[in-house]
Design a protein around this ligand. Structure first.
Ligand code: DGL
Length: 278
């Protein structure tokens, strides 16, 4: 059987491109399809039901493109939709296909970054309300204290290309100050939203040097490489022509104008309709 499946990488918008960039760097041999659901971003403030339905629609779209493996490079979708898709929907759609998220790989190792045993989590309201991080971190590092802060304005700042403008400073300080006021012992801050690496310059300026700021791209890429090592059957299904296809549910030229900042290289996307059967 000839391998013909690209790896699907999904986000509500541009943020997942920060993860795709690292995945392609770590595993350059495979083919990738990226989908940003920009027309319906942000997902962060939306209900569990809505995020689940949007994410499932996108996952089904990937499956129609021939993907056997889809990575939800979005914390909000991973927090609110992944478990139901893995435990309920995949069995009905195709039990051999796999959907992976970004929370598990991160929580497996985040405790290793902290010496004080106190970790701050910055995420969307949806991710924070889901309590996914405290619950999952407690499984791997029961001794770690977790403090969460929802930053509802940060994704809109990034999606609207305002992330490096002076107007962003107020919202960045507001949430960093609130997080750091909870405990002086926090020594590790996790950017638990794939959009936030774009804000890392401003975040770094506002945090003491001894505090580690952790982005997820490299963590997720290393975890995917490990997953493929452990699952040779899935690995064998993946095509290896080193192609990249970018898709968006919104305007393609808009996507291309913004996407390169996240991906670190020029991007040429195409607009897709989720209900298309093609
Ligand atoms: N990149 C998504 C995440 O990691 C952003 C969510 C949103 O669309 O609000 O959570």
């Amino acid at each position: 059987m000839q391998a013909k499946s690209p790896i699907g990488v999904f986000d509500s918008g541009y943020g997942g491109l920060t993860v795709l960039k690292e995945i392609v760097h770590t595993l350059p041999q495979y083919d990738y399809i990226y989908l940003g659901d920009n027309a319906r971003a942000p997902y962060g403030p939306r209900s569990f039901e809505t995020v689940y339905h949007y994410t499932l629609e996108c996952v089904q779209w990937f499956f129609r493109q021939g993907c056997e493996l889809v990575v939800l490079a979005c914390n909000t979708a991973s927090a609110k939709a992944l478990r139901t898709i893995q435990q309920k929907d995949l069995a009905k759609i195709d039990p051999d296909k796999r959907v992976l998220g970004v929370i598990r790989p991160t929580t497996e190792i985040i405790g290793q970054y902290s010496r004080t045993g106190e970790v701050g989590i910055l995420g969307t309201s949806g991710t924070v309300i889901s309590e996914s991080y405290p619950i999952e971190i407690a499984k791997f590092f029961p001794q770690i204290k977790v403090y969460q802060e929802a930053c509802p304005m940060w994704v809109p700042l990034v999606e609207n290309n305002e992330y490096d403008k002076p107007g962003a400073d107020y919202f960045i300080s507001q949430h960093l100050d609130a997080l750091m006021a909870r405990s002086e012992k926090i020594d590790t801050v996790l950017l638990a939203c794939t959009h936030y690496p774009l804000l890392i310059g401003k975040i770094r300026q506002r945090l003491p040097q001894q505090i580690s700021i952790v982005s997820q791209g490299e963590i997720v890429a290393a975890s995917l490489a490990g997953y493929l090592q452990r699952h040779p059957q899935m690995k064998a299904k993946l095509s290896r022509n080193q192609t990249l296809k970018f898709c968006t549910t919104d305007d393609a030229s808009d996507f291309d104008a913004h996407a390169s900042i996240f991906f670190g290289a020029a991007v040429q996307s195409q607009h897709i309709e989720l209900e298309d059967q093609g």
